[in-house]
Ligand binder design. Structure first.
Ligand code: PLP
Length: 377
């Protein structure tokens, strides 16, 4: 695409293109829901839950309304109560923190390993107290956390491990048998597996956790008019479940396309211009985002914008610096790694429907920034 100024415009994401690629199947699936006349907790949800459990190697999946509520319900189901502490990464999307805060528990932020941006198991171990009730790592940007290290810390302290998998549909690690107590998923449209609206799910190998969430999501009820506990209303709807069923069949292909673009970026972007993402050993990322770092991030972003390359910052303000936590002890937390990352990170365009020419435009534009950096700066 060419703008009036002649600059090439590379979009960050193209959701329309993914819809168009599978439009006929989406139309069929949605028509099936309209014709059946069942719109909440019907056969489409049951069928997607079974498919997503199979795909993630879980024994159970419970569809819920959003990713945020998936995290909240997973934490409650593994036994986190108001007043308990939950260990979370200091650098994440604020939803991870809000889930903890919303259920009345205390956020305990732990700094990431700076080269992977992922929760550091050794630091987690140091932050466990008698009040800790769960560890909540995030497969940030689609990169798998250190499951070996984090599972060992969780097991050592007898704590449940709940993963925020909102950015990591399809991620894999070795040994794969090492699975958390529960994983919370978001199906927000821009995620690797996205609905045409809001949606979420929790997958687990623990029957007790699945049963608990099945009650929580539907007013504390599994049988009509019988309410066993103080539940909520957080249900995946039939239309979104039908859409997700169609899209799931394309997830591996779409993740493979993301991987090919990431490999091209890793091979062709000059590592002296920006710090490239490091993929931890024994993991297969799904490149929800391709995040580079530069101490000159804002100038780099402008340089790229001038060349028609759309970039975003995930995220410009760390959760503890958000006004939401103003007046709490968290606002005064000393989290230099998170603050530095939030100042330096920049997400380059990367999505399954990206044109190969656009990938090269991005590479040339980033490499051209070398000239813009004053020596020694
Ligand atoms: C998107 C996201 C969420 C929240 O998902 P919603 O469906 O928008 O509620 C939670 N955690 C992370 C890391 C996310 O990226």
């Amino acid at each position: 695409m060419t703008t009036t100024t002649g600059a090439v415009t590379v979009p960050f994401l193209d959701l329309r293109a993914s819809t168009e690629e599978i439009r006929a199947d989406l139309d069929t699936a949605m028509a099936r829901v309209l014709d059946r006349g069942v719109y909440v907790l019907g056969p489409e949800v049951a069928s997607f839950e079974a498919a997503w459990a199979r795909y993630t190697d879980a024994s159970d999946c419970v569809g819920v309304g959003t990713g945020l509520s998936a995290i909240e319900l997973a934490l409650r189901a593994v036994g986190v109560n108001p007043g308990d502490e939950v260990i979370v990464p200091s650098n994440t999307y604020i939803a991870t923190w809000l889930a903890v805060t919303n259920i009345g528990a205390a956020v305990v932020p732990v700094e990431p390993e700076p080269s992977t941006y992922l929760l550091d198991a050794r630091r987690v171990d140091e932050m466990v107290t008698p009040r800790t009730a769960a560890i909540l790592p995030v497969h940030l940007y689609g990169q798998a956390v250190d499951m070996v290290g984090l599972s060992a810390v969780a097991r050592h302290h007898g704590l449940p491990l709940v993963i925020d998998g909102a950015q990591a549909h399809g991620v894999r690690w070795e040994p794969w048998g090492l699975q958390p107590d529960a994983t919370a998923w978001s199906f927000y449209p821009s995620k690797n597996l996205g609905a045409l609206g809001d949606g979420g799910a929790v997958t687990t190998r623990r029957l007790d956790v699945a049963e608990q969430i099945r009650r929580f999501r539907n007013y504390g009820s599994t049988a009509k008019n019988v309410h066993e506990e103080i539940g909520t209303n957080s249900r995946l709807d039939e239309l979104q479940a039908a859409v997700l069923g169609v899209k799931l069949a394309h997830l591996d292909d779409w993740n493979e396309r993301r991987r090919r673009i990431a490999e091209r970026y890793l091979a062709a972007i000059d590592p002296s211009v920006v710090t490239l993402p490091r993929v931890p050993a024994d993991t297969m990322p799904v490149w929800h985002l391709f995040v580079v770092r530069s101490p000159h991030r804002d100038r780099l972003q402008k340089h790229l914008a001038d060349r028609g390359v759309t970039t975003l910052v995930h995220y410009p303000i760390p959760p503890h610096r958000q006004s939401a936590y103003r007046g709490t002890a968290l606002a005064r937390a000393n989290l230099p790694v998170a603050e530095r990352l939030h100042r330096e990170v920049l997400s380059l365009p990367l999505h399954p429907h990206m044109h190969p020419e656009d990938v090269e435009v991005v590479i040339d534009a980033v490499n051209g920034f070398a000239d813009g950096v004053p020596a020694g700066a």
